[in-house]
Ligand binder design. Sequence first.
Ligand code: CA
Ligand code: CA
Length: 182
Amino acid sequence: MRNRTCLVLGAWMLVALNGCADVDVDDNSEQVGVAEQAVTAGRELRLRMILAGQLEEGADEIFLTARQRGSSSMNIIRPPGDPDYWRFDTPGSSLTMNQHVGTIVANGENLLVHVMEQDDPPIFPNADLGEMIVFLDGAHTPHFVDTSTVQYKGINENGWHHLRFHVGAIYHVYFSVGAYQL
Ligand SMILES: [Ca+2]
Ligand SMILES: [Ca+2]
């Protein structure tokens, strides 16, 4: 009976549950609910400060993107209102903010964050200043991975994590990590 249920429901279960889980029909809605909850359980990453080290071209128009590895769903992080980017004209200048970036999920999957300098795509593509990788270990402690494009510089006096993005420019970007949330 269970195998037949899997055949009938196989198509959508592959999408909803990433496989034919060993569950009875009556449990399906609950199982989907658990799957959704698992996606959001984790710690919130928030953007707190951007400091320009070396400009990309001058009058830099900075925004961020964030997504879970393997997901096509992307958060775009921009200031509210107009202009919808953080502008930097001078090396050494900084701006503070407090904005949601994404959730570092509990299952250890990587959250990928890019700092972007806006141009005029598709003719003049936006410049990608680096990819930050962060994940939670089994104790829900965040780990920032050094990559060829982003360097982890530690925690500052505010408790913010300091990352140095350094592709074609240098930007120091500071993030806070919230308490673990189910
Ligand atoms: Ca540019
Ligand atoms: Ca630009």
